[in-house]
Design a protein around this ligand. Sequence first.
Ligand code: HDD
Length: 708
Amino acid sequence: MENDNKVGKKKDLEQNISDPEGKTMTTNQGVKVNDTNNSLKAGERGATLLEDFILREKITHFDHERIPERIVHARGSAAHGYFELYESQEKYSKAGIFTDTNRKTPVFTRFSTVAGSKGSADLARDVRGFAVKFYTEEGVFDLVGNNMPIFFIQDAMKFPDLIHAVKPEPHREIPQAASAHDTFYDFVSRTPETLHNHIWAMSDRAIPRSFRMMEGFGIHTFRLINKEGKSHFVKFHWKPLLGVKSVTWDEAVKLHGADTDFHRRDLWDAIDSGQFPEWELGIQVVPQEDEHKFDFDLLDPTKLIPEEIVPVQRIGKMTLNRNPENFFAETEQVAFHPGHIVPGIDFSNDPLLQGRLFSYTDTQLSRLGSPNFHEIPINRPINPTHNNQRDGHMRMTVNKGNTAYFPNSMGGGCPHMAKMAEGGFTSYEERIDANKVRARSESFSDHFSQPGIFYRSLETWEKNHVAEAYSFELGKCTQDHIKERMLWLINKIDKDLAQKVADNLGMKVPSKIDKPVNQAIGADDDGKKNEPQERKDYIDKSEALSQTHIKADSIATRKIAFLVSDGFDAGNVSKMKEALEKKNAVVNLVATHGGNVKCSEGEMHPVDAALMTAESVAFDAIYIPGGVKSVKALKDNAKAKKFINESLKHCKAIAIDSEGEELFYETFGKDFKDDKAVCINKKPADFIKAIGMHRNWEREDKAKMIPA
Ligand code: HDD
């Protein structure tokens, strides 16, 4: 099938792939090069000659290799895959990807952090971008979302302010990829519309275990348009089949040093080993006539629709099954745009979305350097394009004929316009009757209710993490008046939360703040004030908001460290390895030395990582098999003990067999014998169950005392 992932976009990209295998080196003009090591000189020790076109070409190209990084979402990684629809959604949309169940639509999906530079660490506390490019038969559709269902601001006009506040402070370019600083909280504390996205960013959603274990959201309300031209409002969701999992903040901090590429590596390795990540696409559909039936405004991007109010229907699945050939050509040059839509999908009047529709093409002009960025292989649609746009920097298309205008008779009237029946795009004919105003709707003024619902929906361990995150972030701020304003606002979301944070900061929750409220919210003095409304608890909780309730206990792709040295118990290890690998977990032998390690049977086994280069934070669980000699060597190894203590502290599953107990009891393990994720001399099935829990959070309070 032409649109199959194997032949569709892959085949299209193959036209541009250059494979050096067995080839001779040439210049960019095709001249064979016989020396790429020495420049042309006047004598062996003489000056270099200007005529050396090989040197000049090589250096000139090198000098211009870098392009500006994305102003936001600079740090990211991507993969190819495909989308398949379960059942036709023709009642809502006429788009081919939502009606044709025989299609395998190629996709290219890029995940990213927001604030950090291109080389920043993957585990920064941050929102993650989740951008999907669908190469549909009717043109490119981009769903450019995040891993949180809401956004910080309500109007695109405030985007530069938000980003300037969170980026490193301009006088000294500090801190990199971190929101924990004065300017960000100065802005947040004066802009309460940020509070909902902000509390999500304080939750564990902001430190995912893997890109493969995060949800994705289109955030804005979009429209689906069916064949009859009827519109339904829609919110898009991506539901990961591996569940939603996170690391602890302590791990995130350690991973900054241990493996800055942790998420990038994880995505690459999983796909490389054939463990393809999958997400189901969900839609929440709201009939046009129900637009005003909610306690919030559907056009306000700081609000989600609780799944209890409008259920998410899972309509298809995305599978990522191929790593890019070249990071720059594909991942760096891919250009997403929420304005890339196809017939059957349309925009709502969400003022944040409306502003985005301008920004994304505009940014590519400076980032990729030309209005012809759509011709870059990763960006070009799989269906042919024809229009009268011409020329510009780096134009690739060789347009035939002498007409580049419409109407024309000299070109036979081509390219002709598509009729509706031929799939021509027409915008939804929404009736609008309004004054032109620079204002914000009163219905956008409820900033406390949904952060409250989110917080109340979390389990105790998740709530504790939120309180700790607020305390850490505000603890990094130097200005007391900023912290006070934040405490005053947090108190409006939840009193207990505000009290916990205040206690940690050694401050009091202020009952009022010294600045007038309107200044705190940034409203002006012309009477156009949108005073924040008091919290309305229209629902108490929404289960879908807590990670605890997003069940997925598969251990596929989880990394398990087997701590060994020479003499490890061969029987124990092979039994455990076989059981784990049957469940598609990844087993690594982590040994006291590199090279090969000898088992009790005298056989040599390749070491995956020596303890001196391995860190516990790179693994999901650990196994300590028996073997007298092996255990003795590990007991003499301080790093092995640190490895175990840290795994305990981070609430991970640990299995111990036979002599391994001696080592375990020489660590803080002795206090955790009865822990439900500590499996001492138990069956592999018990360990598998413990790993499937992801973490035993019940252990956390006690485990925090481990000074690892
Ligand atoms: Fe944006 C990139 C997601 C609001 C302006 N945005 C960008 C990317 C993602 C998002 C995932 C990276 C795409 C990639 O991987 O290349 N942005 C969002 C979401 C938003 C949002 C979910 C709110 C719901 N963005 C937003 C606003 C503006 C922008 C309001 C400007 C008015 N975003 C940009 C940009 C970027 C971008 C400057 C930087 C690089 C790029 O576009 O290609 O144009």
